[in-house]
Design a protein around this ligand. Structure first.
Ligand code: PEP
Length: 250
């Protein structure tokens, strides 16, 4: 299914000075013809590195993305960056609704939806993050939380090839813990059903990435799970060697 070509995406979070551009170079060099044939590769550095990274990646197949955007195109929003600005700096994707933004900045589903729409308007591909906390999982609410996030933060009007979803159980992010492959299969299958409810055919055509402590050692096991169309990688994307080893699971 061409629409669900695997995507391996790196989220550098608030890490990376200009010296880290050497890792971007190494990622580009390591994204060889064999891998390029099979997957899409994306790196989301901090906004301060986007323009320089775009210059380094020109002519390569490594895509660039932002980590967040404002819902407005421009205006009196000190410190914020718009989707159009990210696109202007060379991004093609933007992560929205990451659990760290939902937690640290109190972002609601409604705000995440507005950001995803802003991304689409700017010609960017939004990667909308969803996922339950440990407490929600222990309370048996993982599915209802994910269902509400899908209903509330995915723009139903978006063509499935213009949108990516990342299922990231919050308790697996940066902890070294991961759900079992069976749990990942269950949650991705469930998410796909709920995405289908947004419009016929959407479930089958939308890429759903898994995120949360993906490492070279567990990538193969996690990425071959049914309904997993790639990975959103935090910590292990900071080093080109680890990130490429994850991509090489395909
Ligand atoms: C993330 O930030 O989206 C993430 C999955 O982080 P990590 O891989 O470090 O758990």
């Amino acid at each position: 299914n061409f629409a669900r070509r695997p995507l391996v995406a790196g989220n550098w979070k608030m890490n990376g000075l200009h010296a880290a551009l050497s890792e971007i170079d190494a990622i580009a060099t390591g994204f060889d013809a064999g891998l390029r044939e099979k997957i899409d590769l994306l790196i989301c550095p901090p906004a301060t590195l986007l323009a320089a990274a775009a210059a380094r990646l020109e002519g390569t197949d490594v895509a660039l993305g932002g980590q967040d955007c404002h819902a407005q195109v421009s205006g009196a929003h000190t410190g914020d960056v718009s989707a159009l600005m990210l696109a202007d700096a060379g991004a093609r994707f933007v992560i929205v609704g990451h659990s760290e933004r939902r937690a640290d900045h109190g972002e609601s589903d409604g705000l995440v939806l507005a950001k995803a729409r802003a991304a689409l308007s700017a010609g960017l591909m939004p990667i909308v993050c969803i996922g339950e906390t440990r407490g929600e999982r222990d309370a048996g609410q993982a599915e209802s939380v994910v269902a509400a996030q899908i209903a509330g933060s995915l723009p139903p009007e978006a063509p499935p090839e213009r949108l990516v979803v990342a299922y990231e159980p919050v308790w697996a992010i940066g902890t070294g813990l991961t759900p079992t492959p069976q749990d990942v299969a269950r949650m991705h299958g469930f998410a796909r059903q709920r995405i289908e409810a947004l419009g016929p055919g959407k479930g089958a055509a939308t890429r759903i990435l898994y995120g949360g402590s993906v490492k070279p050692e567990n990538a193969r096991e996690l990425l071959r799970v049914s309904d997993v169309d790639g990975a959103l990688v935090g910590g292990a994307s900071l080093k080109a060697k680890d990130f490429l080893a994850i991509a090489a699971a395909y």
